[in-house]
Design a protein around this ligand. Sequence first.
Ligand code: GLV
Length: 308
Amino acid sequence: MSIALILNSGRAEEWKAEINKHLPEIKVEVYPQIENYDEIEFALCWKPEEDYYAHFPNLKVIQSAGAGIDHLFPKSIPAHIRTCRIVDPMLKSDMFEHVLTCLMHSMKNFSAYATDKAKKHWEPLVYKSIAQTSVTILGLGEIGGYVAERLVQLGFKVNGWSSSPKSLQGVNAFTGIGGLGSAVENTDFIVNVLPLTDSTRGILNHELFNLCAKGTVLVNVGRGEHLVEEHLLAAIARKQIAHAYLDVFHQEPLPVDHPFWNCSAIFITPHVASRTNIGSSVMQVVDNYSRMAAGRPLLNEVSLEKGY
Ligand code: GLV
């Protein structure tokens, strides 16, 4: 029995060293340098190519190297293969810190002051305090729920929206497509942390932007495919959306000729809001390998049907 690392992230050697520290007797191979494909029962994957699992006739477990599983082609994974994701406190706190940075950057007008500095222009602007600011979090799962609760603790007014009902202390929670309008109307910020599924793809669209108050700010730290990019550019042009903080894109890296690069109302980060911390996540990968070998229930197994 051995482990395959199918990682399009350039972090394979780091993962291999960490896994081997805890499982020194297990062969860990980096795809496509696999000696015997029949021996692989467990694969740690990040953005593999389509049909990757078909190379491994005895594969039992696919472990995502991140919180999401959308990059694993979940709809085509055969039913006998079980799929797990990473749930790690670091992923949650890093996401919270990234979101908080976007909110504060916008509330305190730092972008306008950067533009003013270039022009040597001095103009104090009205700023917002935390107590005056409302934030709607789309997605109240492990990460979104944590971000929502931390923002409540800081004193923000927080709405949350999720496909199934969720109850979180201090969060004004809405559910289902019917609740989406109420969740996003009259809010200062919309923060998307949803998993990417058939029902959430394209959710950040024209219709949603029209439900928001004029001048709402968008933070997308979910997936690029949640956003209809042309709809955002149109909403920014008519100031329906004041600006957007985007960490994820349809195509990553963002192509050099993409219109987002030249839109001053869009702030771009290169999918860094919350990166898997190998040191703090490796034990759940190791644990899942041992659980698989012992026929015990896996940690953080996902539903391929639901997509998360
Ligand atoms: C990052 O995008 C992840 O899914 O962990």
